[in-house]
Design a protein around this ligand. Structure first.
Ligand code: ADP
Length: 190
């Protein structure tokens, strides 16, 4: 299995790049944000719970998110591996992923971070909010809260994965194609 964690701040372009990478490498793309939004749309229990956090720009509790992620992995075992987009976002999630993958005799092959400056990203999200319909993209205060959540809870994962020797950073500013090329170069050299 090839398991890639696509890492980056909100708006860094993880979802856009995942669309190309999943086809090229035959990976299952698991976006926790997309799975939550699907549940919100279908008004499931999980969706109702997640919405109360997401609308404010807060992270959904680890236990809920991890259970959902594991269920999604279990139902997508027919591909070459996984492209994790938006998971893990906390150290506890990273540990849970590690333990779970070990039950499949597998590991996180690489974590690839898409890097970009906060101010550029906030502007991107506000632009996206005009068409995405996402409540968390439409209000600058909620966007700032997502960055605060990122800085407090998600940024420590950079050290965590660096210590494991599988962290790669890629410049996330450029055309979609340029960034795809940078990512494929990293993946092809794994
Ligand atoms: P973005 O990266 O642009 O903020 P996502 O679609 O990945 O957007 O996530 C949207 C929201 O979904 C997050 O702000 C958070 O509330 C929730 N969420 C997604 N993934 C996780 C996760 N791994 N842990 C906790 N909450 C999550």
């Amino acid at each position: 299995m090839i398991n890639i964690v696509l890492f980056g701040k909100p708006g860094a372009g993880k979802g856009t790049q995942a669309e190309f990478l999943k086809t090229k490498y035959n990976l299952a793309h698991l976006s926790t944000g997309d799975i939550f939004r699907f549940n919100i749309k279908n008004q499931t229990q999980l969706g109702k719970l997640a919405k109360s956090y997401m609308d404010k720009g807060d992270l959904v509790p680890d236990e809920v998110t991890t259970k959902m992620l594991i269920d999604s992995v279990e139902s997508n075992l027919d591909k070459n591996g996984f492209l994790f987009d938006g998971y893990p976002r906390t150290l506890s999630q990273a540990e849970a992923l590690k333990v779970f993958l070990s039950t499949k005799s597998s590991i996180v092959t690489a974590t690839i971070a898409l890097e970009a400056d906060d101010e550029i990203l906030v502007q991107r999200l506000l632009e996206r909010g005009k068409t995405s319909g996402r409540p968390d993209d439409q209000d600058e205060e909620k966007i700032r809260n997502r960055y605060q959540e990122y800085n407090e809870k998600t940024a420590p994962l950079i050290e965590y994965y660096k210590n494991q020797g599988n962290f790669h950073a890629v410049n996330g500013i450029g055309t979609i194609q340029e960034i795809t090329d940078r990512l494929t170069k990293v993946i092809d050299n794994l």
